[in-house]
Design a protein around this ligand. Structure first.
Ligand code: G3P
Ligand code: MG
Length: 241
């Protein structure tokens, strides 16, 4: 079973910062996951929340701030004082972190609250410009965004993010359509997901920080887990194999 560093190595470093991504980039894991939003001046930035107050010393919505304004804030001290120099990274900066590695790059489109017009086109353009089309997975809770990615760039792998138990997951996947499912991990253990696993379709699960759950997911054939503690999970799963 593969390991993806969730928001970088976010259990040991401030989430979605270059420090967290550099840590993930040196680990022999399958991939990394991170979240993107669009700034007031149309730049793609990597941050989980719509607003910056939880993970910085600033406040306000990303959509109402320019990249230059966002870059003035400290995105590390909330986690630990020695990360005070961390700034919000752009999508390009994060992708460059992995330019010489093998990692899969799961870009989560956070358009489920604010629509971020033009975000998908910009993401596709940067992926093509950096020739990363074979390494990316575009996921979202906003399944209309996934639908649009498939229309615009059908060769890119997509995943629908789901929190709930689905009744007919294969039917729903075909409706969007999408290539993979990224599930809140307890729902992956429910019987309905067996029909997806039986088809060898990629099911990846978030956010798995406890070893016992990682093992249960491995045993049912889940392809990957997203974890805040990639190094710890690597050691654990290696010992179990
Ligand atoms: O992509 C997996 C996971 O990151 C989805 O939830 O809220 O952590 O972005 P969230
Ligand atoms: Mg995410």
């Amino acid at each position: 079973m593969d390991i993806y560093a969730h928001r970088g190595s976010s259990g040991t470093h401030p989430e979605n910062t270059l420090a967290a991504f550099r840590e993930a980039a040196h680990l022999p894991i399958a991939g990394v996951e991170f979240d993107i939003h669009l700034t007031k001046d149309g730049e793609l930035v990597v941050i989980h929340d719509e607003s910056i107050h939880r993970t910085s010393n600033g406040s306000g919505f990303v959509k109402d701030l320019t990249l230059a304004e966002l870059k003035t804030y400290d995105f590390g001290s909330w986690f630990a004082p020695n990360f005070q120099d961390e700034r919000i990274p752009t999508l390009q900066e994060v992708l460059e972190c992995f330019s010489n590695t093998h990692h899969r790059l799961n870009i989560e489109l956070k358009s489920d609250i604010f629509p971020y017009d033009g975000m998908i086109e910009k993401v596709v353009d940067i992926i093509e410009a950096m020739q990363l089309h074979r390494r990316v997975i575009l996921s979202s809770f906003d399944h209309s965004a996934i639908q649009k990615v498939k229309q615009l760039a059908p060769h890119l792998e997509t995943a629908a993010l789901v929190m709930e138990v689905l009744v007919k997951p294969l039917d729903y996947m075909r409706t969007i359509p999408t290539d993979a499912l990224h599930l809140f991990f307890p729902t992956a253990l429910r019987p309905a997901i067996q029909e997806v696993l039986a088809e060898n379709i990629a099911v990846r699960t978030f956010t798995v920080n406890e070893e016992l759950y990682a093992l249960a997911l491995k045993n049912i054939g889940v392809q990957a887990i997203f974890t805040d503690y990639p190094e710890k999970m690597l050691t654990f799963l290696h010992a179990k194999s």
